[in-house]
Design a protein around this ligand. Structure first.
Ligand SMILES: C[S@@+](CC[C@H](N)C(=O)[O-])C[C@H]1O[C@@H](n2cnc3c(N)ncnc32)[C@H](O)[C@@H]1O
Ligand code: SF4
Length: 463
């Protein structure tokens, strides 16, 4: 698909900017309620009823040596090795307790380690953590095993350890390569080290590919600086790219206040920066996958998009179909037994609860049948670019869906008029231009958003 097919301009991007969920879950996190250890155990016991269904595993490793001032992730800044050792012990307990609650259910199709910076761990710690997982869970052939790293702190020895474990995908934070922007955001990362790490991972046979994360809307970024970053990144040629809009949420992340002394791009400037990214990446041969994700045509994610087999979970877009996800570590979010379950986001209290024999769940939600139906509708739009109500009706044994979603289909009309989607007798198809605005299409099906007040939960900007 060419840039012209996208038919997008800055004015449109600006018009569509505003707050909106990313729908890595539905119901979204603001709707979740306090959850206890017993709630988490009950969810795992329900999940035990389908012993052969493959699982995904997410492990959260919150540690970083230094705080990047833009960071919106759940992190713990430390250089103390005993913190990592103690955390690994807690993870070991949590993994074995979870495996026990799942009975014999132990097949895994996808593992992802996120953070923080998982390569804050030494090579032998990475290997140990992997062994903890595989002691209890069986990795199926063809499984995707992936990790997020910060190139500046990641050594070749760590990559060797990861490859020996079987990691086959890697995602690296880049954000922006301009030296002045990096100085302002407190991130030092040369182009050379990123390039060398990508080359090393490829040479070592990380066959599943390399993703780089970029960010627009950072302080002091200009069209010219960002265009230069995009050109360099295109030369490094990752298989996939995420181009996130900087979420400035100083009421949640106090350290971001430090960035307010600089010039933060205005809404029109953000739209312009994202426009530059879409235009350039299209020229360099990247396809829009959905939202802010791009991939080369040779990447399995693009093939999954074309064949209607793409999936979406807390890791973002994926080619792997495991529906349920176990999550280990502080703040980690799982999706098991019809419930979302999030762990305590304070490392000390997470560890203390695990050590006392509990699960460390803090928030979550058991989905209702209506939640599951709407979730499936949202997934169809965001992953398959097509919501077919006949198909959804068969899946949920319902023949009243056109009437049930009559209001939603009506609300899609203005988005159809903008060229984002096309409605027909059986449902709705997302058009190429709409791939950039999937959040807006999905929001129509979000029952909670409809009920929420204008001053309700705050989401990040959609552009
Ligand atoms: C866990 S980090 C990636 C690995 C590693 N810690 C690093 O920074 O290179 C995940 C990604 O989240 C994105 N991110 C972090 N803070 C963000 C924010 N405030 N707004 C938007 N994206 C953000 C960045 O693109 C970052 O690469
Ligand atoms: S390295 Fe990544 S996770 Fe750590 S503070 Fe920086 S952006 Fe956040």
């Amino acid at each position: 698909m060419s840039f012209a097919d996208l038919a997008v301009d800055e004015a449109l991007l600006l018009r569509m900017s505003g707050a909106g969920p990313r729908y890595t879950s539905y119901p979204t996190a603001p709707e979740w309620k306090p959850f206890t250890s017993d709630d988490a155990r009950a969810a795992l016991e329900r999940a035990a009823a389908t012993p052969d269904a493959p699982l995904s595993i997410y492990v959260h490793l919150p540690f970083c040596a230094r705080m990047c001032l833009f960071c919106g992730c759940t992190v713990e800044i430390t250089r103390r090795p005993d913190k990592v050792a103690s955390y690994l012990e807690a993870l070991e307990l949590e993994v074995s307790r979870t495996a026990q609650a799942l009975g014999g259910r132990n097949k895994v199709l996808q593992i992802h380690w996120g953070g923080g910076t998982p390569t804050h761990l030494k090579p032998e710690e990475l290997t140990r953590l992997f062994a903890i997982l595989t002691r209890h869970f069986e990795l199926l052939p063809g499984a995707e095993v992936s990790i997020e790293v910060h190139p500046h702190v990641t050594s070749f020895a760590q990559i060797d350890a990861l490859v020996a474990c079987g990691f086959n995908r890697i995602s690296m934070g880049v954000q922006d390569l301009d030296p002045h922007v990096q100085e302002v955001i407190a991130r030092d990362q040369t182009t050379e080290e990123t390039e060398a790490l990508v080359a090393y991972c490829r040479a070592k046979g990380m066959s599943g590919g390399v993703n780089l994360d970029l960010m627009y809307g950072l302080p002091e970024q200009t069209e010219a600086t960002f265009a230069a970053t995009l050109q360099t990144v295109a030369r490094i040629r990752p298989d996939r790219l995420a181009v996130y809009g900087y979420a400035h949420v100083p009421w949640l992340k106090k350290h971001q206040t430090a960035l307010e002394q600089y010039r933060l791009p205005t809404a029109p400037e953000r739209a312009r920066l994202f426009y530059v990214a879409i235009e350039q990446l299209s020229q360099f041969g990247y396809e829009v996958i959905g939202l802010d994700h791009f991939a080369l045509r040779s990447d399995p994610l693009f093939k999954a998009l074309e064949s209607g087999t793409m999936h979406r979970n807390f890791m973002g877009y994926t080619t792997h179909p495991a529906d349920e996800m176990l999550a280990f570590g502080m703040s980690a979010i799982g999706d098991v037994g019809g419930a979302f379950v999030q762990n305590d986001h304070d490392t000390r209290s997470y560890e203390a609860r695990i050590r006392s024999g509990e699960f460390a769940a803090m928030r979550g939600i058991v989905r209702s049948p209506e939640d599951d139906l709407r979730r499936a509708a949202i997934q169809a739009i965001m992953c398959r670019m097509r919501l077919d109500l006949d198909e959804l009706g068969r899946e949920f044994s319902r023949d009243d869906l056109p009437a049930h979603f009559a209001r939603e289909l009506e609300e899609l009309r203005p988005l159809e008029a903008q060229g984002f989607c096309a409605l027909d007798a059986r449902g709705v198809t997302v058009l190429p231009k709409g791939r950039l605005f999937l959040r807006h299409l999905a929001m129509v099906f979000d029952e909670y958003l409809r009920k929420s007040k204008p001053d309700g939960p705050r989401f990040s900007k959609t552009i």
